[in-house]
Design a protein around this ligand. Sequence first.
Ligand code: HEM
Ligand code: HEM
Length: 177
Amino acid sequence: MMSKKQEKYSVGIRIFHWLTSACVFTLLIVGWYMTSLEESVPNKYSFFNFHESLGIVVLVVTASRVFLKFKSNQLELPSHLGPYEKKLANSVHFLLYGLLFLMPLTGILMTLLGGYKVPFFIFEFPNIFPTNKNASKFFENTHGIFAYTIAALIGFHILGILKELILKKKNLLKRMI
Ligand code: HEM
Ligand code: HEM
């Protein structure tokens, strides 16, 4: 049962938050790095395989996290936040959750419609999709735009936490560690 004293996210949510965070930082760095490599770089496609596999981990973790979020008692935003700040924080969180689904989904669709199989570390999923290069290109562009969007939102998310710490001396991090 949630009591008024509950000040921390549940352990599952905390683990999923930091696991997702580590995966997404790695995916952004690897994503931008691998697409900057020349075709002649011998292990270019090992980076693609790693990137795609880790992206699927994010999809599975996010689905489990959202399930857990709605199944368990939800932690309210801190009461010292004003209504406008609460709306802003909730909107950023909502957009982050949305992109945590949309990034992997656009990646998977771009790969499958491009005529490739999606790897998962040492395995490969079969590809039953018909190849459609135009549709693949569309999802590739969307994936690229979403990457900048999620990076900007993460920056905004961190700034929000820093703002509370510096201006109001409220350490929100304690709720997530
Ligand atoms: C890829 C990076 C990240 C993503 C996608 C992300 C996503 C999220 C989401 C969706 C929530 C809302 C949780 C909920 O109510 O269900 C949240 C909360 C939180 N995040 Fe992050 N986060 C990321 C990185 C970080 C980093 C680097 C920090 C450290 C500064 C951080 C600190 C927090 C804190 C303290 C909360 C709890 C806010 C509160 O309710 O007081 N996050 N994060
Ligand atoms: C949260 C998950 C993900 C993040 C944050 C992410 C991030 C990125 C970034 C930053 C790039 C470089 C974009 C550019 O240079 O335009 C990229 C490219 C790419 N991503 Fe992801 N990605 C994720 C999931 C996935 C998944 C699940 C797949 C496929 C199964 C995938 C497949 C690809 C491919 C094939 C490219 C190269 C596109 C090209 O050649 O331009 N990504 N990703």
